[in-house]
Design a protein around this ligand. Structure first.
Ligand code: FAD
Length: 466
């Protein structure tokens, strides 16, 4: 059934719920909400209106209105997504949660925080650190993304090797369900076996099954001893092959990140800063934590030996802020080279990562494309960025990339991997989701969506079509 356009009657009702100053219909003002961080103009859609919620009650009232009049509601955090998830591709309302940005409680004794969804990830990290605590979620976009978006996409990031992804940091969530009820899912418990795990179902559902309006997050004591190692390899495949060797030695670093040589050079240019080993090196950045200085030194030595044996020319202790700035900015550096980038987020079991990596290098050579490769190597999650350069004809480039992707995805699934390790499916990858997912699994997902959202109101046309 076609959706109802946001006519003057609906806009008036939205203004009554959210306050007139919290509803935008002016095209120019809505422009920032027409896209996420996928820069390709083909994925941009101007919403019919943008609303800003301040309370869960407002969110619930908007969702009930959407069910009554039958219009789409697209929840949105800060729009740093890379899957066209927070864009109104079926029309309707973009409902921004960015103004619900209060840290409601930090409990030092029981080590948890209660936050609204619009709290920036880095703000939470810094606030709890000031109290000697630690929030382990750490996507590279932490300075600009928010907790609600992290939970909705099950964001990964740098520390997932040791601490898991966002879903592992969450005790409980308050959610507005697709029919407009406020429900509390999960609990602040170490264990429970009490019916379906509804909180985990909502996490990673990219705003299609519920709008997160509050979250209770796990905190840890702030690690006292940490060190960043930088292993520099002439051969990129040796770098990737090291990851499994570290795991097999029973060592669990906090992060193992990879950057290839052209990506390092791209970052150097972007930051106008010289990086170690950039002449021909490829990086593994390995962060370790220890109980004390001795423990840290022991781990550093053991990992250093493994890296050297695996082919690293040099293993150095890196300056934390500098090396992480370089790693976190790689995506912006690539964007400075080209606004049109096909960005892959493929993931395979860690021991299969060298096979995937080799395939990626082969495909890049076969199709003669310009690439920048970075990876959350410790998780088997490789970001292949294929850049359209000024001299490339757009249609030809698109065709080549399409062929490369088809070959790549076939291998991913043969290796037991998946299309997305952390960015999600959104609108951008839904045709691939439908093509590569086991039909029986897809049918279960569709059945859940239809049962929870009978009017197909919440973020329709994302992940898959119903
Ligand atoms: C430079 C850069 C680096 C990045 N690095 C990483 C990384 O290391 N790891 C990683 O995982 N991702 C990374 N990302 C992707 C992105 O930052 C994450 O997906 C992030 O979790 C999105 O948060 P957001 O608040 O911007 O969400 P948005 O982009 O606003 O939304 C993302 C999805 O979540 C839904 N959503 C948002 N808020 C809510 C809510 N409250 N309730 C229900 N649904 C909601 C939206 O509908 C949409 O489907 C990176 C992006 C950039 C640009």
């Amino acid at each position: 059934m076609a959706y109802t356009k946001l006519n003057s009657e609906i806009i008036a009702k939205l203004k009554a719920i959210l306050g007139p100053e919290n509803v935008l219909t002016d095209e120019e003002k809505m422009q920032p909400y027409a896209h996420d961080e996928v820069p390709d103009p083909n994925y941009q859609r101007l919403p019919e209106a943008v609303g800003f919620a301040h309370t869960a009650q407002q969110v619930a009232a908007v969702v009930r209105l959407a069910n009554e009049f039958h219009f789409p509601v697209v929840p949105r955090g800060t729009g740093t997504g890379l899957a066209v998830g927070a864009v109104a591709t079926s029309g309707g309302l973009v409902l921004s949660l960015e103004k619900m940005n209060k840290i409601l409680e930090i409990n030092k004794e029981a080590m948890y925080a209660v936050v609204e969804p619009g709290v920036l990830t880095s703000v939470l990290q810094k606030t709890v650190e000031e109290q000697g605590l630690f929030y382990a979620g750490d996507p590279c976009s932490g300075d600009s993304c928010c907790i609600g978006g992290n939970i909705a996409t099950n964001a990964g990031g740098n520390r997932a090797v040791k601490y898991g992804t966002t879903r592992h940091q969450v005790y409980a969530i308050e959610v507005v369900n697709p029919t407009g009820n406020i429900v509390n899912l999960g609990a602040r418990l170490r264990k429970q076996s009490t019916g379906y795990c509804m909180d985990q179902l909502i996490m990673g559902s990219e705003g299609t099954l519920g709008i997160i309006t509050k979250a209770t997050l796990k905190l840890l004591p702030k690690p006292q001893y940490s060190m960043d190692l930088l292993a520099i390899y002439p051969d990129p495949t040796d770098a990737i092959a090291t990851v499994g060797k570290i795991a097999m030695a029973g060592l669990v670093p906090t992060c193992i990140e990879y950057m290839d040589n052209v990506t390092i050079k791209s970052v150097e240019k972007y930051l106008d800063m010289e990086l170690q080993g950039s002449a021909n090196g490829n990086y593994l950045i390995i962060e370790i934590e220890g109980d004390d200085e001795d423990d840290l030194d022991e781990k550093a030595e053991a990992i250093g030996d493994i890296c050297t044996e695996a082919g690293a020319d040099d293993v150095l202790v890196a300056e934390h802020d500098r090396i992480w700035r370089a790693r976190k900015v790689y995506s912006e550096a690539a964007r400075a080279e080209s606004v049109v980038i096909a960005k892959e987020d493929v993931v395979v079991p860690v021991e299969k990562e060298p096979l995937l990596f080799k395939k990626i290098l082969d495909l890049a050579a076969k199709y003669q494309v310009v690439t920048r490769i970075a990876a959350h190597a410790g998780d088997g999650n490789i970001h292949l960025n294929v850049l359209k350069m000024a001299e490339d004809d757009y249609e030809e480039w698109e065709k080549k990339v399409g062929q490369l992707q088809r070959e790549l995805y076939a291998v991913i699934y043969q290796l037991g991997g998946r299309l997305s390790g952390e960015h999600g499916i959104g609108y951008k990858r839904k045709h691939l989701m439908e093509e590569f997912t086991d039909p029986a699994e897809l049918e279960m997902m569709r059945a859940i969506k239809k049962a929870l959202d009978p009017n197909n109101i919440l973020n329709p046309g994302k992940i898959f079509d119903v």
